[in-house]
Write a protein that binds this ligand. Structure first.
Ligand code: BTN
Length: 265
C-alpha cells in the first residue's frame, strides 16, 4: 500500500463506516479481493434479483473490460466498481451521462481537480484519461430490465508501467498535489451517483451539467459507432446527450451517447 495512506487497505469498509446515508446506491455493497470483471459479478447479482443500487467493488480485476471490448488495466490500488441500477425506461437513457457527472463531481470534491469529459464519458485530466465508464443494459419487460454501470478510476496507477496506455492514461496520483484516499473517493462517488439517480427518477436531466464539462465540442473527431467510423466536427449534443456531428459535406449525423445493449442469456 502506498506510503501516507495507511488506512487504504480497508477503503471499502472505511467508505461505509458511519453510514452512507444514500437512498438507493450502496445500500448493499459487495467487496471482492479480486475478480474477473465486476461487470459480470453485478450482472449475476442482477439476474438473481439483487436490489436497485447494489454495488460490487473489487481491489483488482483479471479481465477488466472497457468500451468496444478493450481491456481495462486493473492492478491493485485503483478503484473498480459496478453499480446495478433498475431505472425505468425514461431514466435508463440518461444513466451513462449521470454516472459521468458523478465521477466528475467526486474527483472535484476529493482531489480538487477539474476534469473534462471526452464525449460520451471518458473523464480526462490534462487531456489524459483518469476514469472510464462502461454501461451495459439488459432490456426487459416493464421493470425487469437493468443497467450495470461500471466505473474505473486510476487512483495510484503509474501509466508508464503499462506501454499500451502510457501515452493516453493518467491517475490522480500523477495529477493531484494531494491524491485522495480511495475511501473518500468511493464514498463521494456513491453519494453523487445516488443524488443524480434520485434526480433522474424525478425527471431532472444530468445533460446540462455534463455538457458544461465536455471537451469535445467544436473539435474535429472520429466517432466509432457500431461498425462505422464517422468523421466531422462535434457541433453540439442534443437533450439526450447524442452528439451532432457535422460532416465535411455539410450533412449532420446524430450519434447516441448510449452504450452496449446485451441480450439476456
Ligand atoms: C472505458 O473507458 O472503456 C470503460 C472502462 C470501464 C472500466 C470499469 S472498471 C469496473 C468495471 N469492470 C470492468 O470490467 N469494467 C468496468
Amino acid at each position: 500500500m502506498s506510503a501516507g495512506h495507511p488506512n487504504e487497505r480497508d477503503y471499502v469498509a472505511s467508505a461505509l463506516r458511519a453510514g452512507l446515508f444514500t437512498k438507493v446506491v450502496g445500500k448493499r455493497v459487495v467487496h471482492l479481493a479480486t475478480t474477473g470483471s465486476t461487470m459480470d459479478d453485478a450482472r449475476r447479482l442482477a439476474e438473481e434479483g439483487a436490489q436497485d443500487g447494489t454495488v460490487v467493488v473489487s481491489d483488482a480485476q483479471t479481465g477488466g473490460r472497457g468500451r468496444f471490448g478493450r481491456r481495462w488495466v486493473s492492478p491493485p490500488d485503483n478503484l473498480y466498481l459496478s453499480v446495478l441500477l433498475r431505472p425505468d425506461a425514461a431514466a435508463a437513457q440518461y444513466v451513462s451521462v449521470a454516472a459521468c457527472v458523478a465521477v466528475v463531481r467526486a474527483i472535484r470534491r476529493t482531489a480538487g481537480l477539474v476534469p473534462r469529459v471526452k464525449w460520451p464519458n471518458d473523464v480526462l485530466l490534462r487531456g489524459k484519461k483518469v476514469s472510464g465508464l462502461l454501461v451495459e443494459s439488459v432490456l426487459g419487460e416493464s421493470g425487469t430490465g437493468y443497467s450495470i454501470v461500471g466505473i474505473g478510476v486510476n487512483v495510484e496507477l503509474d501509466p508508464s508501467a503499462t506501454p499500451e496506455i502510457a501515452a493516453i492514461a493518467t491517475s490522480l496520483r500523477a495529477e493531484a498535489a494531494k491524491p485522495p484516499l480511495r475511501s473518500g473517493l468511493l464514498r463521494a462517488l456513491l453519494h453523487e451517483l445516488d443524488a443524480l439517480y434520485d434526480d433522474l427518477r424525478r425527471g431532472s436531466s444530468p445533460v446540462p451539467e455534463w455538457k458544461l464539462h465536455l471537451d469535445t465540442l467544436g473539435k474535429q473527431v472520429d466517432v466509432r459507432w457500431g461498425d462505422e467510423v464517422h468523421t466531422g466536427i462535434a457541433e453540439d449534443v442534443d437533450e439526450r446527450g447524442a452528439l451532432v456531428l457535422r460532416r465535411a459535406d455539410g450533412t449532420a449525423v446524430l450519434l447516441p451517447a448510449g452504450e452496449v445493449t446485451l441480450h439476456r442469456v
